[in-house]
Ligand binder design. Structure first.
Ligand code: PMP
Ligand code: GLU
Length: 397
């Protein structure tokens, strides 16, 4: 049998996508599962964006696209970055790819050498660690827990830096915790990074608009580090466009060129139709973004209220994204008489089987003893899911 490469053997499958797949399979068998595993807006893509895609087909935007994306889309992204984030980029510094996911991976592959250290505050999104592995870099985790609202301190960051540090990866608002760093908190981290001019700052800002604090600061807007920030964003979350697969990086020119070179050999420019849709998202009315944000905020309030009432769950009040990340260590060692819970992973399987609610194990985000619930689902689903979870957990003694 022809063997699989060591690279792929060492790679963990995406736990978020795996749990979502499991929940879809159960649903297809007629099981009434509430899927709180995958993180994606449950709204349809706004009508004016869909119309732009249909028009793009009619207008024959059906040929290969430039590797870094259509110029008109990159210009629209530059306008967005200037107007919303107060940062100045030229279209040559933007590379559009198949989702923020591809651009994150491209940037890591384009800048990290084998053995380079990449600092990742944890808990962190499932794919970061695996992307660094692909680049043969070394992950240096900087842990935070619910007691610090899942945020790291400047002292923790500084203690993790070594001469081998190549990159620091920050995600705010955060997946899986929903934590949002304030401008002052980011400034304090920047004050540390300013002392280490060779470190690239990879800023994943995909949840920019799903924010309940009323304030968003882009890491690229700090002039003292601007020339080494690589900003990642995209349309998946803000415009309910997860299936269109459009994200981008905004980077120092030499990094943008390297990313483009990689993409040119690997996937080429991304879908012509999806790019025209993304352009409509950035240039059209932004009302839809606020409408969805408000719905997520209402659901955040609802899930925090209901989860806080469940004995044993330790819950905080996330300021952004659409995830709740409760600590569940109180249930470890408990049993319903048949199943004994020995880890947060066991608890997610127990909840799938006995509450019919799909969640994700905190271990997939590098923090055992927690689970992630995505509340990007209807108010009714949230109420029903929390009722079922409460009942299932009450059976554990
Ligand atoms: N970063 C984070 C933190 C995410 O949660 C996601 C969600 N998929 C992505 C990046 C990638 O988004 P996409 O590829 O859909 O643009
Ligand atoms: N980012 C979402 C999540 O964390 C989508 C799935 C994925 O790409 O991981 O659930």
């Amino acid at each position: 049998m022809i063997n699989i490469s060591d690279r792929i053997k060492a790679l963990a499958p995406s736990a978020t996508l795996a749990m979502s797949q499991k929940s879809a399979e159960l649903k297809a068998q007629g099981v009434d599962v509430i899927n709180m595993s995958v993180g994606e807006p449950d709204f349809n893509t706004p009508a004016h964006i869909k119309a732009a895609a249909i028009e793009a087909i009619a207008d024959n935007f059906t040929f290969y696209t430039p590797v870094p994306g259509y110029m008109s889309l990159r210009e629209a992204i530059c306008d967005k970055l200037r107007e919303e984030n107060g940062v100045s980029y030229t279209p040559a510094q933007i590379v559009v790819g198949n989702g923020a996911k591809q651009e994150l991976c491209n940037v890591i592959l384009a800048t990290v050498n084998p053995g380079d250290e990449v600092i990742i505050p944890t808990p962190a999104w499932v794919s970061y660690v695996e992307m660094v592995k692909l680049a043969e870099g070394k992950c240096v985790q900087v842990p935070a827990t619910i007691d610090s609202n899942f945020k790291i301190t400047p002292a923790q960051l500084e203690a993790a830096i070594t001469p081998a540090t190549r990159m620091v990866l920050l995600c705010s608002p955060s997946n899986p915790t929903g934590s949002v760093y304030s401008r002052a908190e980011l400034q304090a981290l920047v004050d540390v990074l300013v002392k280490y001019p060779d470190i690239i700052i990879l800023a994943d800002e995909i949840y920019e608009h799903i924010n309940y604090t009323g304030e968003f600061t882009s890491l690229a807007s700090f002039p003292e580090v601007h020339d080494r920030v690589v900003l990642i964003n995209g349309v998946s979350k803000a415009y309910a466009m997860t299936g269109w697969r459009i994200g981008f990086c905004a980077a120092p020119l030499h990094i943008a060129k390297a990313v483009s070179k990689l993409q040119g050999q690997y996937t080429s420019g991304c879908s012509s139709i999806a790019q025209k849709a993304a352009e409509a998202a950035y240039t059209g009315s932004q009302e839809c973004v606020e409408t969805m944000r408000k719905a997520f905020e209402r659901r955040r309030d609802l899930i925090v209220k209901l989860a806080s009432m469940i004995p044993g769950l330790k819950v905080n009040r996330p300021d952004g994204a659409f995830y709740l990340f409760p600590e569940v260590t109180a249930f470890i060692g408990r049993t319903d008489g048949t199943t004994t819970i020995t880890s947060s992973g066991d608890l997610t399987m127990y909840l799938l089987e006995h509450a019919r609610v799909a969640t994700v194990d905190g271990a997939a985000f590098c923090l055992d003893g927690y689970i992630r619930l995505s509340y990007a689902t209807s108010d009714d689903n949230i109420k029903e899911a929390m009722k079922r979870i409460a009942a299932a957990l009450a059976r554990l003694h």
